[in-house]
Design a protein around this ligand. Structure first.
Ligand SMILES: [Zn+2]
Length: 581
C-alpha cells in the first residue's frame, strides 16, 4: 500500500475499523460535540493509535471500561491538522474520544437567509478531500476504510440525514444511522435542516427543503432509469438505497457522491433536465470511487476519470448518443482551456502531490484526461471487451482502496499483454506521466454543435435572427462559449437583447455568459455578476468568474470576494484564497 502523504495515521500498526458517533448538533453556537468510539485492529501491540485531528477540542480519551487513556495532540501541520496519539493498554480494542468541533472546515452552518425557505438554519458536511478530520478524530486517509454508526441530536423540527442507512428516531429525539459497508472516511457525511422527501422508486428518491422538493423531484425523475442503465453496464448497485439530497446554493461542489445519499447543488435544477448528467456522475461513483477508491490523493484520477467515462456511458444509454457527444465536446474544450493555464507537472494524470494539499491536484485533468484515457482504451480494444474489463475491475476490487500501480498491473494482465499488436498503439507512459494530451486522445464530434457554430457566426455577422428552435443547454453553452471576448460590448448588448442571457435562470449558461460579459466589459451584466457571486457557493462557477474579474479589475475582484467570502464553504475559500491572494 502506498504511503498517504496527507494523513498522520499509521494504519499498518493500529488501524481503525469502525467509527461510532454520538453527537449533538448545536445551531446556536455552530458546533458539533459528543463522542467518537473507534474500534481498532492492532497489528503492532506496542504501537500507539495515531489519528488525524484538525481544529478539534479533544476533551478526553477513554477505554471501553471508562478508564482514561493518555493522549497527545501534536503540532498542527498546514492543511493536514495535527496527529492525535493515544497510548493504548494491551487489551484495548476500542477507545472513545470526547470532543467538540467548532469552526470545522467540513461543516458549513448556513444562516436562514442562505436557505430556500429562509426561516431555519441548515447544516451540511463536505469531507473530501481531507476535511473529515475537522469534525471527527479518525484516520483520515482514503486507504483506511471504516464502517460507521451514528446517533445525532438536533433541534425539534429538523431532519438529519447521513450517507448511511437511516434507522429513524426512537422517540427520544435522537436519530440513528448505520453504514455496514466499509467506506473511506471522506464519505462520512451529514446534513440537517428542514427537509422533505419524494420517492422515484422503491430504492430511490430525493430530499430537499420543502419549497424545492417538488421541482427537484420533477427534474431528477430519470434517476431510477439511470441506476438501471448503470447496473446494465457495470454490475449490480451494491449500496441498497440511492437517494439525492438537493442542498442550498452554498454547497461548494456540483455534487458529492456520499454513499446512499448523493449531495447536490440546486444549480442543476434548470427546469428541463438538461443538467442531470451530474446525477449520472455521482451515481457512477457508487462503483468508481465508493466501491473502488483511490488509495491516496495522487490516484484521484482512478476516482474521477473512471467516473466521467462511466457518466458519459450512462448519459448515452438514457438520453442518447448525441447528448453524450455534445457533453464530451464541451468537456474537452473546458479541459484544454484549463490546461493552458496549468504548470506542466499539474497536467500529469498521476500527479505528484508531495508537500502540497490534495486540492491542488483537483483540476479537470484527473476528470477529463482520465476519461479520455479510458475512451482511448475502449477505442483500441472494442466496447464489448473494454466493458468486461471495467466490470471485472469493479468486481475484483470491490470495497478496496487501490493505487495507480495496481490499475496498471490489472491493465497489463487483462488487456495489454494478451494483445501486443493493439497495445503497441498505446503510449501508456505519455497518458499517465506526461503533461498535455497525447496525440492519440480521442476527439468527440457533434453535428448539433457544428450547426450552433454556424448560427453564432451568422448572428455575429449581422445576418439577422437565428433559428435556435429547441436548443438544449449544451447547445446554448456552446453558443455562448464560442463568442470571442473581443466581440465588444455592443455585440453582447445585441445578444442579450435577442436571448436574455443576463436574466437566464440556468446557472451553467449564466456563468458562461457572465464570464464573457466580464471579459468583454459589458457593464449591463455587472449587477448580475455581483448577485450571482453572493447567491452561489459552487466553486465551478466562482473560480472562472473571479479569475475573469481579477484580470480586468483586481481591486473590484478582491473587494467583492472580501464581502462574499463569509458565505462560502472552506473548500471554496481555500481555492479562492489561493487565486485572489
Ligand atoms: Zn466526481
Amino acid at each position: 500500500m502506498a504511503r498517504d502523504l496527507h494523513s498522520h495515521a499509521e494504519p499498518e500498526r493500529v488501524r481503525v475499523r469502525h467509527v461510532e458517533l454520538d453527537l449533538d448538533l448545536d445551531f446556536d453556537v455552530r458546533a458539533a460535540s459528543g463522542t467518537a468510539e473507534l474500534r481498532l485492529e492492532r497489528t503492532d501491540p506496542a504501537a500507539p493509535l495515531v489519528l488525524d485531528a484538525a481544529g478539534l477540542e479533544i476533551e478526553a480519551v477513554r477505554a471501553a471500561d471508562g478508564a482514561p487513556r493518555d493522549f497527545t495532540l501534536g503540532e498542527e501541520v498546514a492543511a493536514l491538522g495535527a496527529p492525535l496519539r493515544v497510548a493504548l493498554a494491551p487489551d484495548d480494542t476500542s477507545v472513545t474520544i470526547a470532543y467538540r468541533a467548532a469552526g470545522s472546515g467540513a461543516l458549513q452552518w448556513l444562516a436562514p437567509e442562505q436557505t430556500a425557505g429562509g426561516e431555519h438554519p441548515f447544516l451540511f458536511s463536505q469531507g473530501q478531500a481531507i476535511l473529515t478530520r475537522t469534525w471527527i478524530p479518525l484516520q483520515d486517509s482514503p486507504g483506511v476504510r471504516v464502517t460507521y454508526g451514528a446517533t445525532l441530536r438536533c433541534p425539534a423540527g429538523f431532519t438529519p440525514v447521513m450517507s448511511a442507512e437511516q434507522l429513524g428516531e426512537d422517540g427520544d429525539g435522537a436519530f440513528r444511522f448505520r453504514m455496514p459497508q466499509a467506506i473511506p472516511p471522506y464519505l462520512i457525511a451529514l446534513a440537517c435542516g428542514e427537509l422533505a422527501f419524494r420517492s422515484f422508486s422503491e430504492r430511490s428518491g430525493v430530499w430537499a427543503e420543502p419549497s424545492v422538493v417538488d421541482a427537484a423531484h420533477d427534474e431528477l425523475r430519470d434517476t431510477e432509469d439511470m441506476i438501471r442503465a448503470a447496473e446494465g453496464l457495470f454490475g449490480a448497485y451494491r449500496w441498497g438505497r440511492y437517494d439525492v439530497l438537493v442542498l442550498p446554493p452554498a454547497f461548494p461542489f456540483g455534487g458529492m457522491e456520499n454513499p446512499r445519499l448523493t449531495f447536490a447543488t440546486p444549480t442543476i435544477l434548470a427546469g428541463d433536465r438538461s443538467l442531470v448528467s451530474l446525477v449520472a456522475h455521482e451515481l457512477a461513483h457508487s462503483w468508481s470511487g465508493n466501491l473502488v477508491t483511490n488509495a491516496t490523493w495522487r490516484d484521484f484520477w482512478l476516482n474521477e476519470g473512471f467516473t466521467v467515462y462511466f457518466e458519459q456511458r450512462i448519459m448515452e444509454e438514457v438520453f442518447g448518443r448525441e447528448r453524450s457527444a455534445m457533453e464530451q465536446v464541451l468537456a474537452r474544450r473546458a479541459l484544454e482551456r484549463e490546461m493552458a493555464d496549468l504548470a506542466p507537472e499539474d497536467q500529469v494524470l498521476h500527479v505528484d502531490l508531495e508537500g502540497r494539499a490534495p486540492e491542488e491536484g483537483c483540476t479537470l485533468v484527473p476528470y477529463e484526461k482520465g476519461a479520455l484515457f479510458l475512451r482511448r482504451l475502449e477505442e483500441l480494444f472494442g466496447r464489448g471487451r473494454f466493458d468486461r474489463f471495467l466490470a471485472g475491475w469493479f468486481d475484483g476490487h470491490a470495497f478496496e482502496s487501490v493505487t495507480t500501480a495496481e490499475f496498471v498491473a490489472y491493465l497489463r494482465r487483462e488487456l495489454l499483454d494478451g494483445s501486443p499488436e493493439v497495445a503497441a498503439n498505446l503510449d501508456l507512459e505519455a497518458w499517465l506521466s506526461e503533461p498535455g494530451l497525447p496525440a492519440d486522445a480521442p476527439v468527440a464530434t457533434s453535428d448539433a454543435l457544428d450547426r450552433v457554430d454556424a448560427a453564432r457566426a451568422a448572428f455575429l455577422a449581422g445576418d439577422g435572427g437565428v433559428e435556435t428552435g429547441a436548443w438544449t443547454t449544451q447547445e446554448w453553452l456552446h453558443f455562448v462559449e464560442g463568442v470571442p471576448a473581443d466581440a465588444g460590448a455592443a455585440a453582447l448588448d445585441k445578444l442579450d437583447a435577442a436571448f436574455g442571457f443576463t436574466a437566464s435562470g440556468n446557472a451553467e449558461i449564466l456563468c458562461a455568459w457572465l464570464r464573457l460579459a466580464i471579459r468583454a466589459r459589458y457593464a449591463a451584466a455587472d449587477a448580475r455578476v455581483e448577485s450571482f457571486l453572493f447567491e452561489v457557493g459552487r466553486l465551478k462557477f466562482l473560480r472562472p468568474l473571479y479569475a475573469a474579474l481579477l484580470e480586468l479589475d483586481a481591486a473590484r475582484a478582491r473587494e467583492l470576494y472580501a464581502r462574499a467570502r463569509p458565505r462560502y464553504h472552506a473548500v471554496s475559500t481555500s481555492a479562492l484564497d489561493r487565486l485572489l491572494g
